[in-house]
Write a protein that binds this ligand. Structure first.
Ligand SMILES: Cc1cc2nc3c(=O)[nH]c(=O)nc-3n(C[C@H](O)[C@H](O)[C@H](O)COP(=O)(O)OP(=O)(O)OC[C@H]3O[C@@H](n4cnc5c(N)ncnc54)[C@H](O)[C@@H]3O)c2cc1C
Length: 284
């Protein structure tokens, strides 16, 4: 299929983007890498009469690593995340997760901002950002505001970002401890049947903090506070693993689709989470 007719805009700055968004309301949509939006337009699942390309807008392509936090511009691609060795040292889970997104061609175009703003429950970065307790910065006609990743997702394709706002950057507190991003998919390039992002801090052999988020197991990513809490104060033994898995299963709400029935998805979610916790725990 080919998309419906649309007007194409390529503004040189954010003021230009915001004025087109203000003029056309929800008839206008920004495009970053286009690797979610263009397929949706071709399938006629998204009707976008006014398409605003962000490629020429500066100031959203940098990665900065500070003493306490990492700032990633919205237009940084998944390939840049993978290629940045300094970033991979500061937050190795970012590279580990990005390598499991789609394939190299998609990753050269797909951006961090597009992945987190899209609102597709199958995207990998929203759960990852919830695990890392990231904050999203958006700019709109009334200025800038910050939205915690854990409060950003409301339902499939519905987020706390207003139509006339653009996501400009993601800020991540420097992660501590061991990490793992575990993803079960049907084949290379596929979205997750289930994925788990885990960060764990170990002190004297005991878990002092944990953060767990799951992908594609509800209509939003799921940050499971209860699963995280089930590990804290334990040696992450079998009982703690089972408690974390049970708590996570209480928080997710998968639906049957071409990736399998609900019981299968819950089973996979448990297996994936156990593997992710064990791997994160085994890492310094
Ligand atoms: C074959 C294939 C396989 C894929 N597999 C995976 C996978 O396994 N995991 C995964 O996570 N993703 C997967 N993707 C999606 C891919 O990673 C996308 O590129 C990504 O989700 C969206 O990023 P983008 O820059 O292409 O955004 P776009 O397609 O340009 O935009 C996506 C949406 O976000 C909005 N948007 C984009 N940027 C901004 C911004 N700065 N501010 C506000 N709104 C914005 C757009 O308006 C649009 O609604 C796959 C895509 C393809 C084609």
């Amino acid at each position: 299929m080919i998309p419906a007719a649309f007007e194409y805009y390529r503004p040189k700055d954010m003021a230009g983007v915001l004025s087109i968004l203000e003029e056309h309301g929800d008839d206008a949509r920004v495009m970053a890498g286009g690797h979610s939006l263009i397929p949706m337009m071709k399938l006629r699942m998204a009707d976008v009469p006014h398409l605003i390309d962000l490629q020429d807008v500066g100031g959203m392509s940098g990665i900065e690593i500070g003493p306490d936090a990492i700032h990633i511009g919205a237009m940084v691609t998944q390939a840049q995340i993978i290629d940045d060795d300094v970033l991979a040292t500061a937050a190795p889970i970012l590279r580990e997760a990005a390598l499991q997104i789609a394939d190299p061609q998609v990753r050269y175009m797909g951006t961090v901002g597009g992945n987190v703003a899209n609102g597709d429950p199958g995207n990998d970065m929203p759960g990852l950002m919830q695990c890392l307790n990231a904050t999203f910065t958006v700019i709109g006609p009334h200025g800038e505001r910050d939205i915690p990743a854990r409060e950003f997702y409301e339902a499939a394709y519905m987020t706390a970002r207003e139509d006339e706002e653009v996501l400009t950057s993601v800020t991540i507190p420097l992660p501590k401890g061991g990490h793992a991003y575990e993803k079960q998919k049907r084949k290379i390039g596929d979205y997750a049947t289930a994925a788990a992002a885990v960060q764990i801090v170990k002190q004297d052999g005991v878990c002092s903090s944990a953060s767990i988020a799951m992908t594609n197991l509800s209509d939003t990513p799921i940050y499971s506070e209860a699963a995280s809490a089930a590990l804290v104060g334990t040696t992450v033994d079998d009982a703690a693993l089972k408690a974390a898995m049970a708590a996570m299963l209480d928080d997710i709400d998968p639906t049957e689709d071409n990736r399998g029935p609900v019981a299968f998805k819950k089973h996979v979610a448990g297996v994936i989470l156990r593997r992710a916790i064990e791997r994160a725990w085994s890492r310094p």
